[in-house]
Design a protein around this ligand. Structure first.
Ligand SMILES: [Zn+2]
Length: 162
């Protein structure tokens, strides 16, 4: 290292030049500070122990399951009879029985599927068709009877044969 003023070689560690007395500027080499990289420290993740969600096992109550077949049978009978003239009302009865069993089935915690589901649909349709046909037949019969009476009255002013 040399004095910046007079150029004399300086011994190490001196603060002033022994020749001219000029203060020795200690030119410290720029220290390359090691850049401490901020290592994005991953937060230590606590292992999450997931409690396995227990799926409710859909298991129909055996009592409810036993009703599946009757529901289907009465559902079929209900819809069948609902479509048969003169006995449409039987369709209403059978459908109503099936519906009652569906209610019982659901009350026992039964899940409508398979036979019970089909039976329930048939019973619903049977009930609607049975009621419609019964009403239609009732009207037809009523009209026929009144028509006959009125026709008889219209012809002679009294009911013939009565
Ligand atoms: Zn000097």
């Amino acid at each position: 290292m040399f004095c910046q003023n007079c150029g004399t070689q300086l011994p190490e560690g001196v603060k002033f030049c022994p020749e001219c007395g000029a203060p020795v500027e200690i030119v410290e080499p720029l220290r390359n500070e090691p850049i401490v990289e901020n290592i994005a420290a991953e937060p230590i993740q606590e292992p999450v122990y997931e409690t396995p969600v227990q799926q409710p096992i859909v298991q129909s109550n055996p009592e409810a399951a036993a009703l599946s077949t009757p529901i289907l049978v009465f559902g079929i009978l209900g819809l069948s009879f609902a479509c048969i003239p003169y006995v449409n009302f039987l369709g209403i009865i059978f459908s109503a029985i099936a519906k009652g069993k569906v209610k019982q089935f659901l009350g026992l915690g039964g899940v409508l599927s398979g036979k019970a589901k089909v039976g329930n649909i048939l019973a619903t349709v049977g009930l609607i068709i049975g009621i419609i046909f019964t009403v239609i037949f009732a009207i037809i019969i009523t009209v026929a009877i009144f028509g006959g009476i009125l026709g008889a009255l219209g012809e002679n002013g009294y009911i013939r044969g009565w």
